[in-house]
Design a protein around this ligand. Structure first.
Ligand code: EPU
Length: 418
């Protein structure tokens, strides 16, 4: 059995580089199914979720060639089937992008209902609403979502919630559809823009990504090309908060500072020194920081995927902090684990109230991906040894996390027990 062991109390110093964005990669890789030609994709993070989605593409008949640790080539000119491997698809969230991509390319798709981190209800009704508006029939039979269309046509689709997944999935289905698709109340997250840029590089015509209204003019065919994925906003934020929680002076490299605004401004409000450069951010903490209030929001608001890591940092601040979770119904499962380390936290409805104080190492679980990142941050700040018992979740979204954190002075080891 694998575990991560952390000895807390070491300050962090040095430079750490951020990988490509997970939530862009897991959408761009399925998007390559729309392309009849070779897509060369650079800055791909070497994480479990990417390995899984690549295996799903191979099962569908695409040729995947790994050029080096962060570069792949995908050739989906010939596909073997429109039915995704059930076991793999049901294990991850982003498998839902195979629906939009296969529907767009082949006019039919069968993909298991998605899995992924459990934050309460995670419906895909808005994805389905979009596909239906474009002329598809969609049904769920024995756990399998089946979508078919004689011919997909553009339409105007209003999203009741600015869903990242629905926005991207409709863009994928619309890229090769007849006519123009307009997505209103679209998600504006950086990875939505990145997927649109990828599609355009491969010959699609997507306009307005990053605003509330995205217009996709369907094209006949998409060709190959070369694309580099943006840096991961959430990985960058995780490293910044690790430095803030442990104390020290760390330069986080390969970031797009504009994507980090909501995180930087909260750190500064807490008393952490943040200096932005062209493509890096320095985080310095020396001494006390104080409690703040955050509310998770869609971009450019404070990202829900930084909420657990922020809770871990707040446990090291003087005074009271409050988190209100506005995106997911139930994203506080990790709080019981922070309490094992001695954190003073209570949950009231959609809010968590945190009073800073000392943390003491203990065995904990990573209840999901970002919860796992929060356990690492808390473990770095705690006195003594913290053991994270199921690092699998962390490996889904962070590449080689222990070695990279060790490079800035963290005492963290992966141990294997029989
Ligand atoms: N929603 C609906 N109907 C839908 C889709 C979403 O009601 O058809 C609701 C959800 O229940 C939720 C809200 O809309 O309340 C936002 O969901 P969204 O669709 O934006 O989330 P997602 O696409 O399933 C992605 C990320 C998550 C991240 C959210 C929010 C991927 C693979 N996942 O999920 O990332 O929390 O956007 O930003 O891109 C993570 O990386 O740790 C992670 C969980």
């Amino acid at each position: 059995m694998e575990k991560l062991e952390i000895i807390g109390g070491n300050r962090l110093y040095g430079e750490i580089s951020v990988c490509g964005a997970k939530n862009a990669a897991v959408a761009i890789i399925p998007a390559a199914l729309l392309v009849e030609g070779v897509c060369r994709i650079e800055n791909v993070p070497d994480i479990k979720d990417v390995q899984l989605i690549l295996q799903m593409l191979v099962h569908l008949g695409a040729k995947v060639n790994k050029i080096d640790v962060s570069t792949i080539e995908i050739d989906a000119s010939e596909l073997r089937t429109h039915v995704a491997a059930y076991d793999m698809a049901s294990r991850m969230r982003a498998s839902y992008y195979l629906l939009g991509a296969l529907l767009g390319r082949l006019g039919k798709a069968e993909v298991a209902l998605p899995g992924g981190c459990n934050f309460g209800q995670r419906p895909i009704n808005l994805h389905e609403k979009g596909f239906r508006a474009m002329g598809a029939k969609v049904a769920t039979v024995r756990g399998q979502v089946i979508a078919t269309a004689e011919e997909l046509h553009g339409n105007s689709i209003y999203l009741d919630t600015a869903s990242v997944g629905a926005t991207i999935n409709i863009m994928l289905a619309a890229a090769l559809a007849r006519g123009r698709t307009v997505i209103e109340n679209a998600a504006k997250e950086p990875h939505v823009v990145d997927v649109a840029n990828f599609l355009n590089t491969m010959g699609a015509n997507v306009r307005g990504a990053g605003t509330d209204v995205i217009r996709v003019n369907g094209v006949e065919k998409m060709y190959g090309g070369v694309y580099s994925i943006i840096p991961d906003q959430i990985e960058a934020g995780t490293f910044m908060l690790a430095a803030a929680a442990a104390g020290g002076n760390v330069l986080v490299k390969n970031v797009i500072p504009r994507h980090m605004d909501s995180i930087c401004s909260k750190l500064e409000e807490m008393g952490v020194k943040v200096t932005e450069y062209d493509d890096s951010i320095r985080v310095e903490r020396d001494g006390e920081i104080h409690g703040v209030r955050i509310k998770t929001r869609y971009y450019p608001g404070f990202p829900t995927d930084m909420q657990p890591q922020m809770a871990a940092l707040m446990t090291t601040a003087v005074g009271e902090s409050t988190i209100t979770e506005d995106v997911w119904d139930n994203r506080f499962q990790y709080i019981g684990e922070l309490q094992r380390l001695g954190a003073d936290i209570r949950v009231e409805g959609r809010s968590a109230i945190i009073n800073g104080g000392p943390l003491y190492g203990a065995p904990v679980r990573a209840t999901d991906l970002r919860a796992g990142a929060a356990m690492i941050i808390a473990g770095l700040a705690a006195e003594g040894k913290t053991v994270i018992n199921d690092p699998y979740y962390i490996d889904r979204g962070y590449s080689n996390i222990e070695e990279r954190l060790r490079s800035i002075g963290a005492r963290i080891e992966r141990v294997y027990e029989v």
